[in-house]
Design a binder for this molecule. Structure first.
Ligand code: NAP
Length: 315
């Protein structure tokens, strides 16, 4: 028995060494002085590391978070570590369209430009089927509908600030999502598959957004961070959380490592020819089969209806 445990630990260690040695990092030295970047869910995990990186590059960084105390703490840590005092907190709750709208008004009032928008915040709620006050499944609203609304409402400012980029965090769970139906987009099952569907929606949204913003100076990319040791797994059922806790040391990236692909998509020069595409390990990946042949116009129009976009707000 001891021998078997030893073999398992030995193999896991070899895999960990291999994964550590093969981590792909963003190599770009792009300076962001004079640029403004906004990251949702920037108080922890991957979002925090993205914000820290942008602050090191000299950007004005907006931490768009729902919990003021956690956000202020993250802001203080980033300022202390980077010496960049141009880091601010703005509050947004993605489970409420009213909050997204109020946030956008605040950004438009206070900011002259917006060069990078990272839609990072998301939840991995499984099996609870909670509904928001707007009447949508919580996981759909936080992970897709609100990022859609936020992005569309900010495109004017981003066009004025061109060149600018929109980065949508996605996941390999999108690839294996099943039962996606444009007509029943807000009618998911209350299982782990819902999370995959929200991430598939982000990939489809990015593709269509890139098309609609073509030649505007604003480009959009999906970025998949890989399997990363963050607080997101705390929201999963006990057995998934236990599995994650047991294997994270061996198989998971650190948040700093997970942030590399979204950072790459945000700052690396010359990736505009990949506008709309999905990136893993700082490289564009082939479109997933499930992404092909979707009714994109219908998908977009239905989402516009759900988020109650007004005719003059359409991008
Ligand atoms: N971790 C992974 O293995 C993995 C894999 C693939 C993709 N991703 C994607 O990477 C992104 C970042 O995930 P993470 O792993 O860093 O997760 P995390 O550590 O749980 O961070 C999620 C962030 O989203 C915020 N958030 C949650 N609900 C919100 C709401 N209603 N309004 C505003 N902010 C809200 C959280 O705020 P609080 O701190 O206040 O809760 C937190 O700041 C997500 O899009 C996720 O889907 C992660």
């Amino acid at each position: 028995m001891l021998f078997i445990i030893f073999i398992i630990i030995f193999l896991c260690t070899i895999i960990k060494i291999y994964l550590t040695l093969t981590i792909v990092r963003c190599k770009s030295q792009t300076c962001l002085v004079g640029k403004t970047a906004l990251i949702t869910g920037a108080n922890t995990g991957i979002g925090y590391e993205i914000a820290l990186d942008f602050a090191k590059r000299g950007a004005r960084v907006i931490l768009a978070c729902r919990n003021e105390q956690k956000a202020r703490e993250a802001c203080r840590k980033i300022i202390n570590e980077t010496g960049n005092e141009n880091v601010v907190v703005k509050l947004i709750d993605l489970s409420s369209f009213a909050s997204v709208r109020a946030f956008v008004e605040d950004v438009k009032r206070s900011e002259e430009r917006l060069n990078i928008l990272v839609n990072n915040a998301a939840i991995l709620e499984v099996g609870l089927n909670s509904l928001t006050n707007d009447g949508n499944l919580l996981v759909m609203q936080v992970n897709y509908f609100s990022p859609f609304l936020l992005t569309v409402l900010l495109t004017d400012l981003m066009r004025k600030s061109k060149p600018s980029r929109i980065i949508n965090l996605t996941s390999v769970m999108a690839r294996v999502a099943h039962g996606f139906n444009v007509d029943k987009i807000n009618n998911v099952e209350g299982t782990l598959n819902d999370y995959g569907i929200t991430k598939l929606c982000m990939i489809l949204f990015t593709l269509e957004l890139a098309k609609r913003l073509d030649k505007s100076g604003v480009t959009a990319y999906s970025a998949d961070p890989g399997l990363v040791d963050t607080e997101i797994f705390k929201q999963t059922p006990r057995f998934i959380n236990l599995l994650a806790q047991s294997f994270k040391r061996f198989f998971f990236k650190t948040p700093e490592e997970g942030a590399q692909t979204p950072i790459h998509c945000s700052v690396t020069k010359g990736i505009e020819e990949c506008n709309g595409e999905n990136f893993i390990d700082c490289q564009r990946v082939k479109r997933y089969a499930i992404v092909e042949n979707q009714e994109m116009t219908k998908f977009w129009n239905i989402t516009e209806m759900i988020v109650s976009l007004k005719p003059d707000e359409i991008c």
